[in-house]
Design a binder for this molecule. Structure first.
Ligand code: NHR
Ligand code: GAR
Length: 216
């Protein structure tokens, strides 16, 4: 049974979709803890209502980023995670944290990386006039949003989109993409070979590009 720790800061819809898929699809894994840096995160209450163990490590309680990272790493490590899942986690993590969980730390980012790393991705995609946008699941490295890419979901941009409408469709794609990727990892269908990610033939078949394109 693999141990998953999910880190959130807000709503937690990705966390909930992963936790539900884990239970419903009987993954060889359990969600050991959901940890938030924001004590008021809506996702914490939702996780608790699902019966998941919740914890708060509030970044404001630490004088430096390094002190927060070290406290968070200690709490994460206590669950001996095979995989640490960032799901709407909004604090940049330093190399001290990232290196400790190297190869078992993933993130979902709301753009087709390497386009639009960082924040406010939907507004920036609209401003740039891109015709396709989406979400990327990647291994986390010290450089922000630059780690090896595992999978992407493509979401066409509509002429009448605004930031909210585009965000809604990208998030719907995330809710399919992220559980599928985590399922693949807990079933040992994903491997990291240097800076490249290899998917098993089984996962490539189950996970063809056509499955993750969200057209109008
Ligand atoms: N840490 C590392 N080292 N590498 C990554 O790729 C990371 C990471 C931590 C979080 C998620 C991320 C995203 O997908 C993520 C990826 C927060 C910020 C940010 O600037 C940027 C990217 C991401 C998450 N946060 C501000 C900060 O000062 C705080 C913003 C806020 O609280 O609203 O840390 O985009
Ligand atoms: C998701 O769209 C995720 O891609 C994004 O925040 C949302 C979290 O939603 N992540 C980032 O912007 C990271 N900087 P959720 O809390 O409902 O899963």
């Amino acid at each position: 049974m693999k141990s998953l720790v999910i880190l959130i800061s807000g709503r937690g819809s990705n966390m909930l979709n992963i936790a539900r898929a884990c239970a419903e699809q009987q993954w060889p894994a359990r969600v050991s803890a959901v940890i938030s840096n924001e004590p008021e995160a809506a996702g914490l209450a939702a996780a608790r209502d699902m019966g998941l163990a919740i914890e708060v490590v509030e970044h404001r309680g630490y004088a430096t980023r390094e002190a927060f990272d070290s406290a968070l790493a200690g709490r994460v490590e206590a669950h001996a995670p095979d995989l640490v899942v960032l799901a709407g986690f909004m604090r940049v993590l330093g190399p001290g944290f990232v290196d400790r969980f190297a190869g078992r730390l993933i993130n979902i980012h709301p753009s087709l990386l390497p386009s639009f790393p960082g924040l406010r991705t939907h507004a920036r995609a609209l401003d740039a006039g891109v015709r396709v946008h989406g979400a990327t699941v990647h291994f986390v490295t010290p450089e922000l949003d630059a780690g090896p890419i595992i999978a992407q979901a493509v979401v066409p941009v509509r002429s009448d989109d605004d930031e909210a409408s585009l965000a809604t469709r990208v998030q719907a794609s995330e809710h399919v993409l992220y559980p599928a990727v985590v399922a693949g990892i807990v079933r040992d269908q994903v491997s990291l070979e240097g800076a490249r990610v290899r998917l098993s033939p089984q996962m490539r078949a189950a996970f063809g590009v056509s499955d993750i394109v969200y057209a109008d």
